[in-house]
Design a protein around this ligand. Structure first.
Ligand code: PMP
Length: 344
């Protein structure tokens, strides 16, 4: 990487090295200090830039990928955008299978970044031939010279965060971090980051954030796959209806579940009180912090790092749309007059 006076060869030189920003107001009632690792500062505006670049460069090193080849992935949007961005710079074709839960903005972004996008139904089981996993698998078999990133079952997903997110947080906190709070989708972020941090200090408390409607928390507690835990929910990128091998459950001390509604309100609260325009799962992660804080779990000397995975601009038709919030019934239980903008 050549870098002088903030001048770079291409966008990929800017992946990682994201800032840690103090959370001042949302957590003001709780003891301890709270910092957000704000991943929207990546050039593709999410933490997924890290795994896209890392996995592709590992494949290049092993001679598996050469320019002109095709990269295939299942993605809720962010990984797809990052893979499409890396593909533009490095000269690959990018083919993505996404679920119908992904926002229209996200899908348009992928297409504009040059990817070919297949939209698959969200509420079918993982082994259904229509699921985005099965569609991606089939495309991989059909397209010659293709690489299937398979982020849910790829150890390199964990390694990417072990090699970047973990060391960055350790350095940025001068080794004083006591708690890591992160959403778990593939589990790569929390597992890789936690692995590095626990190697430095095994006492660091690692808290995963899961959605109601996902099997992850129950699996962590029982090591059993309980289908009864699975039902539709709104948050994209958090929780799962299968057990990803990119989640190292031994690295996670506990999981906290959050609702779609609370997470949406907390995302809006972060914007209004911290001036950070964050994505839906950042709201979910901070909601988990609030729940733990309300239980009195944090002490004066604690230093809590919360990962904010992406940027709010990806949720304009969802969390940041009053109309969408109203349709979900998310305004029903609160006095909305101060919250709502008048429709014009
Ligand atoms: N938030 C968002 C918006 C995501 O897209 C993802 C990835 N699916 C996550 C959080 C969770 O990250 P990970 O897959 O590393 O667990």
């Amino acid at each position: 990487m050549k870098q002088k006076n903030q001048v770079f060869d291409n966008v990929l030189d800017l992946v990682g090295k994201t800032p840690l920003i103090k959370v001042n107001k949302v957590t003001s009632e709780f003891k301890g200090q709270f910092y957000a690792k704000v991943e929207s500062f990546n050039p593709g505006h999410s933490s997924k830039d890290r795994i896209a670049l890392y996995i592709i460069e590992q494949a290049e090193k092993q001679g598996i990928l050469t320019p002109g080849d095709t990269i295939i992935e299942t993605t809720s949007g962010n990984t797809g955008f990052s893979l499409a961005m890396v593909s533009v710079i490095k000269g690959y074709n990018c083919v993505l299978a996404v679920t119908s839960k992904s926002s229209a903005d996200k899908i348009d972004m992928l297409k504009n970044m040059g990817a070919k996008v297949y939209v698959c139904p969200a509420h079918v089981s993982a082994d259904d031939p229509r699921s985005y996993y099965q569609v991606a698998k089939r495309l991989h078999e059909e397209i010659k010279g293709s690489v299937y990133i398979n982020q849910y079952f790829n150890q390199l997903n964990i390694d990417a965060h072990y090699n970047s997110t973990g060391p960055e947080i350790w350095k940025q906190t001068d080794g004083k971090i006591t708690h890591l709070v992160a959403c778990s989708g593939t589990g790569g972020t929390i597992s890789g980051t936690a692995k590095y941090l626990k190697e430095q200090n095994p006492n660091i408390n690692v808290i995963g954030v899961d959605a109601f409607g996902s099997v992850i928390k129950k699996y962590h507690e029982t090591r059993e796959f309980d289908e009864k835990e699975i039902y539709p929910y709104r948050i994209e990128g958090l929780g799962k209806n299968l057990i990803p091998t990119a989640t190292d459950f031994d690295m996670i001390d506990e999981f906290v579940k959050v609702t779609d509604e609370d997470s949406a309100h907390t995302a809006r609260q972060i914007v209004k009180s911290e001036g950070m325009f964050v994505g839906y799962t950042s709201g979910a992660a901070m909601q988990a912090v609030k729940q733990l804080g309300e239980e009195g779990r944090f002490k004066k000397d604690d230093l809590v790092v919360v990962i904010f995975p992406d940027h709010g601009s990806r949720y304009m038709s969802k969390v940041y749309s009053d109309k969408w919030m109203e349709e979900q019934g998310f305004f029903d239980s609160i006095n909305v007059t101060s919250e709502k903008i008048q429709y014009i």
